[in-house]
Design a protein around this ligand. Structure first.
Ligand SMILES: [Zn+2]
Length: 340
């Protein structure tokens, strides 16, 4: 589906709602309260009768402004009302549903992401709204924990996000300065650790501290016990062979590919993912704060994992992942969700 077709298909809220209903409920509407499938019927709420007696002015105003709930279903089992957005990131949102679907498509289809400012201009919503939409969609794309562990040949590597260091910080050791006072090349940068199954999925995490123990812990969580882990020759990975089958490629010797028992020992695939991530963060988002980095990682992981699909298929996979991911009003971007 190209942009022209997308705009035509989702030109109205009703079209977007019908699309979401068909997506979420292929076997008829499913009640989120009791789980009954295909037994609900559509209802149209009556417009409220406004009784002028016993009501204050502000109450009257609030009632007059309240629109009847659109796309309402009523369960024949538990007699409770619900809509297609209940229990998803769209619940309780006042943003028109077609703008939501278009935003999801744009984020799924742009290889290096899309900034909140661009969404704001393209969708005709305020910048603040666009920022919240993008973060909600990122939250919907997150997969915590992974559906299944990574198997086979798995590449693992770490990278540092945070741009170039300023010139004002001297690289030269001054007289009387201790070795540990000199600022290293990765000081003050955020560490990202990615584990990638060759021809498969990737899982990235933001690490507070890069230690051998935290990297091993991350690999234990993500990789199956019989996986073959390939890393570079950094000393951080020294203890890894206790947990998993482990091969290294000697980057400090300027070697990047070698063969061992018919397995290509290289970390070039995960480096390729890093280059995409870095180009997205440098070129699209410019600045990503530590606090939100793991959300952006979810977004890039999601797009990478669905890289072989068409843009429309990727959008559908994203929408399916939104079920059961409600965000509360007091926590609009899932702040209480534990950063990974
Ligand atoms: Zn029900």
């Amino acid at each position: 589906m190209n942009l022209a077709e997308l705009m035509e298909r989702f030109s109205t809220v009703e079209a977007a709602r019908a699309y979401l209903e068909a997506q979420r409920w292929p076997e008829g509407p499913e009640c989120p309260h009791c789980g009954l499938v295909g037994e609900a019927y559509k209802i149209t709420p009556k417009p409220r009768e406004i009784v002028t007696e016993y009501q204050t002015k502000s109450e009257l105003k609030a009632r007059r402004n309240r629109k009847p709930r659109q796309g309402l279903w009523k369960c024949a089992g538990c007699r409770k009302p619900f809509t297609v957005t209940v229990g998803t990131i769209f619940e309780d949102s006042h943003i028109p549903l077609n703008k939501w679907v278009i935003a999801v498509h744009l984020l799924c289809a742009s290889k290096k992401g899309m900034s909140a400012h661009q969404l704001h201009r393209m969708l005709g919503v305020t910048y603040k709204t666009a920022w919240f939409m993008a973060h909600r969609i990122r939250y919907g794309m997150s997969q915590e924990p992974l559906a299944s562990q990574l198997t086979g040949v798995v590449e693992a590597d770490e990278t540092y996000i945070g741009g170039k260091r300023r010139h004002s910080q001297s690289h030269v050791k001054k007289y009387g300065q201790r070795e540990q006072d000199r600022i290293g090349p990765v000081a003050d940068k955020a560490a990202v650790f990615s584990v990638l199954q060759r021809d498969g999925r990737v899982k990235s995490t933001h690490l507070d501290r890069v230690l051998g123990s935290t990297l091993r812990q991350a690999i234990r969580e993500v990789c199956a016990p019989d996986a073959h882990v390939i890393t570079d020759d950094a000393r951080l990975y020294n203890g890894l062979h206790h947990d998993r089958k482990h091969s290294t490629i000697n980057h400090s010797d300027k070697k990047y590919v070698r063969w061992e028992d018919g397995v290509c020992v290289t970390t070039n695939t995960v480096e390729g993912f890093f280059s995409l991530l870095k180009r997205g963060i440098d070129g699209t988002y410019h600045h990503v704060s530590r606090q939100h980095l793991h959300r952006y990682l979810s977004e890039f992981d999601f797009r990478y994992n669905a890289r072989k699909m068409t843009d429309s298929d990727r959008r559908e996979v994203a929408l399916q992942g939104f079920n059961g991911k409600r965000l509360m009003l007091h926590d609009p971007i899932g702040k209480t969700e534990k950063p990974s």
